[in-house]
Design a binder for this molecule. Structure first.
Ligand SMILES: [Zn+2]
Length: 573
């Protein structure tokens, strides 16, 4: 049974909100369901420092949960009365409680974490040596037949102790018999050895294709770094390690179960997955190992079948729901410096303005097909050029085929200006900005400069304009820890102590709202989750410290003590 506030209680709630301006939070009335419903709660939390992210009752000391939903939020005295003989009571001892966090853009590569060679740290800032990368890949090459690809993952070009680019010579030291590739964690650039380049027929004379580059050094020799669309030729050459269908299935399931554990360890209770094995997600749920809620974002076969069979965004249930499309890519990367820009990259001798990876006509056709099918559109647009293209396309389709509450999602939406912000607001578009980058990737902002950074990852500008900006870690490109993200939003200070675009700082309250309620709004689930409100799903996180009062530069070190999804423990420290 779902407990929802009745009409009378809803009225009471409104009265409470009016009183809120003069009454301290702890003396407000319970915003709750009828007592008959609420008695004998499954779980009550008392003596807590609760930030509800509900403007009608922003702070509380206790709450009750029944049938996986919050049924009452208020003071200790009010909530204690809801305990019955079967109620579990947790004394929070003044610990801070916030709604469960939502990551609106995550590639959830659990199988890569479990089964592939990781040449960098997926979760934290850590520096590695090029020698360590070569060693790990050499060990892999020893177990791999010649001609078969040897691949490394989670490389980050600015987390290298050697302070230089990884190059073709390093990877030739891994092997000359195997094609070798190191994937940048950002997902838009890769590094190849000579064998791989030769197999793909790439020489220093090869021309760059539209939307990509074969990088060369000052002498014109290939460096091994290849960007965006130029990497497509490598998919057609060499042998890939073969797995049986049963092995593939097992990997997918174990990968989902593994990443789910990692998510709740960091306080995430909802994650928007960029594709992945939908059957595996359902299997893992059936066997009881899905610890977080999934908004599944689709492309390819799943998207085509949805359109063909009339399935729209919102199909599914509270654990696995079909959301927007996965990111339909329009340009390059922020962290790898290939995003589309209206001005050349600062310091570029060639006038490089990044990579646009689709034409306006192709984009219009894609948007029209998806939008008309009742599926929430979502494009990857980092640079101002790509964001403009996307908005143009959505404005066009809304004129031709208007659809209410479409909430087009903009994955990344990194570089904005005043006119783009106005158009985003007018469309009620949802930007899912990078979150952990402010802390994790501060070493890359020097390539853009301070003037640019004052309008990049522009949480302040977007919130001021009334836009429901949300959080999108983009894991694997960014670590997904929400507290690392919140620290970056609040301080704009990187791991290296450098501050970039301080004008875009937001408050702790705003940063929590971005990571909770706005995340729910992004998948059209704000009536069901995103705040600690009677009637919503009981997803919450208990923190060892209050991010409002701790030194802002230590927010990322706050311990997640307990993560609760639907009233049940998903993680306990
Ligand atoms: Zn992405």
């Amino acid at each position: 049974m779902i407990a929802r506030p009745s009409r009378r209680e809803f009225m009471g709630l409104t009265a409470g909100a009016v009183a809120a301006t003069v009454t301290p939070w702890f003396s407000r009335t319970v915003a709750a369901v009828a007592a008959a419903d609420a008695s004998n709660a499954d779980l009550i939390i008392i003596n807590a420092n609760v930030y509800t992210v509900d403007s009608r009752l922003p702070k509380a000391g206790a709450f009750a949960v029944k049938n996986s939903r919050f049924i009452a939020v208020g003071t200790n005295d009010e909530i204690k009365g809801l305990a019955g003989k079967d109620t579990r009571t947790i004394d929070a001892r003044q610990m801070t409680v916030v709604p469960g966090f939502t990551d609106c853009h995550n590639h959830a590569g659990g199988d890569v974490l479990l089964y592939e060679v990781l040449v960098g740290n997926p979760f934290e800032v850590e520096f590695v040596t090029i020698a360590s990368i070569v060693d790990k890949l050499r060990a892999k090459a020893k177990q791999t037949p010649a001609g078969t690809w040897v691949s490394g993952y989670f490389f980050d070009d600015t987390k290298v102790k050697d302070k230089r680019e990884l190059n073709v010579h390093d990877l030739d030291d891994v092997s000359r018999e195997h094609p070798v590739v190191v994937q940048h964690r950002g997902g838009h650039t890769s590094y190849y050895n000579s064998k791989a380049l030769a197999m793909a027929g790439i020489t220093k004379e090869t021309k760059n294709p539209p939307g990509g580059t074969y990088d060369r050094d000052e002498k014109g020799e290939l460096t091994g770094r290849v960007t965006d669309t130029a990497r497509a030729v490598f998919n057609k050459v060499g042998t890939r390690p073969t797995l049986t269908p049963a092995e593939l299935e097992r990997r997918s399931r174990e990968g989902i179960a593994h990443i789910s554990k990692q998510f709740v360890r960091y306080g995430l209770t909802s994650v928007h997955h960029q594709g992945g094995d939908l059957a595996a997600i359902q299997d893992v749920r059936m066997r009881g190992d899905l610890r977080h809620r999934v908004s599944y974002e689709m492309s390819g076969r799943v998207l085509d079948s949805m359109i063909a069979s009339g399935i729209q965004t919102g199909f599914g249930d509270e654990w696995i729901k079909l959301g927007a499309t996965s990111e339909h890519t329009l340009d390059g990367s922020f962290s790898e410096r290939t995003m589309s820009m209206s001005q050349p990259y600062p310091g570029s001798k060639t006038g490089y303005k990044g990579n646009v990876t689709e034409s306006q006509e192709e984009l219009n056709a894609w948007i029209e097909r998806v939008h008309r099918a009742g599926i929430q559109v979502n494009c990857h647009a980092n640079g101002d050029v790509a964001i403009d293209m996307y908005l143009t396309s959505v404005e066009r389709v809304q004129k031709l085929f208007p659809r209410a509450d479409a909430r087009p999602k903009i994955t990344h939406c990194t570089a904005i200006n005043d006119s783009l912000v106005k158009r985003i607001k007018a469309l009620d578009a949802i930007p899912a900005l990078f979150t952990t980058y402010a802390y994790y990737n501060s070493d890359k902002f020097v390539f853009y400069g301070e003037e640019f950074m004052t309008r990049a990852m522009a949480f302040r500008s977007l919130l001021d304009a009334g836009v429901q900006a949300a959080a999108g870690s983009d894991f694997s490109p960014g670590p997904f820890a929400p507290l690392m993200g919140i620290q970056g939003m609040v301080t704009r200070k990187g791991w290296d102590g450098k501050i970039w675009g301080a004008n875009q700082k937001i408050s702790v309250d705003d940063a929590i709202r971005v990571n909770t309620l706005h995340g729910a709004y992004a998948s059209k689930e704000e009536n069901n989750k995103g705040s600690i409100t009677a009637g919503k799903l009981a997803d919450f996180v208990m923190l060892s410290e209050d991010p409002h009062t701790i030194d802002p530069e230590k927010i990322k070190d706050i311990k997640i003590v307990r993560t609760v999804v639907g009233g049940k423990g998903s993680y306990e420290a």
